[in-house]
Design a protein around this ligand. Structure first.
Ligand code: GAR
Length: 196
């Protein structure tokens, strides 16, 4: 069984897609052992609770320095003894120490076709604002391994999604989630859980 910890910051629709996929057998050989949020009060935590998954908050606001937060985050992750860490809308820069400790064991979902609209400053709706400003006709989502750069690690899966006339950042975000993210992230986890 692949022990998976999911890190979240917000609404947690990708977390929900993972939970549903484990429950309906789209993801096999996988146990969701914990969910950690860097923000209090986010709906992702409710989703974890509803699914009976251990969940907690590790907020930078509770620590005197970034380093102390980074150390606490790594400690909480380590306590789950995970085989895979999934960043599902986790909008925190992953500490180098964690990347060293979990080389090729951290994956991220990004809501564009990397290398477009990625890197520092491109997260959440900002990605879709940038895609619409540039006038691209196709965007999508990418699941990739996390290395020390921002959105630079090896690509695991990508899926293209059409941009439609009249799209707003929100409509484009929603279509990319429905058509790409919610399928791609569970598919990547299942691949990793079942590789020989
Ligand atoms: C998702 O669109 C995810 O791809 C994005 O944040 C959203 C989180 O939504 N992640 C990034 O932009 C990472 N750079 P969710 O909380 O509903 O899963």
């Amino acid at each position: 069984m692949l022990r998976v910890v999911v890190l979240v910051s917000g609404g947690g629709t990708n977390l929900q897609a993972i939970i549903d996929s484990v429950n309906n057998g789209t993801i096999t050989n996988t146990e969701l052992v914990g969910v950690i949020s860097n923000n209090y009060g986010v709906y992702a935590l409710e989703r974890a609770k509803n699914a009976g998954i251990d969940n907690q908050v590790v907020s930078p606001k509770d620590y005197p320095s970034r380093e102390a937060f980074n150390d606490a985050l790594l400690e909480k992750v380590n306590a789950y003894n995970p085989d895979l860490i999934v960043l599902a809308g986790f909008l925190v820069v992953i500490p180098e120490k964690m990347i060293d400790a979990y080389e090729n064991k951290i994956i991220n979902i990004h809501p564009s076709l990397i290398p477009s609209f990625c890197g520092t400053g491109y997260y959440g709706l900002k990605v879709h604002e940038a895609a619409l400003s540039r006038g691209v006709k196709v965007s999508g989502a990418t699941v990739h391994y996390v290395d020390k750069g921002t959105d630079t690690g090896p690509i695991i899966l990508q899926k293209a999604v059409e941009v439609k006339e009249g799209d707003t950042p929100k409509t484009l975000q929603q279509r990319i989630m429905e058509e790409a993210e919610w399928k791609l992230l569970p598919a990547a986890i299942n691949m990793i859980a079942n590789r020989s």
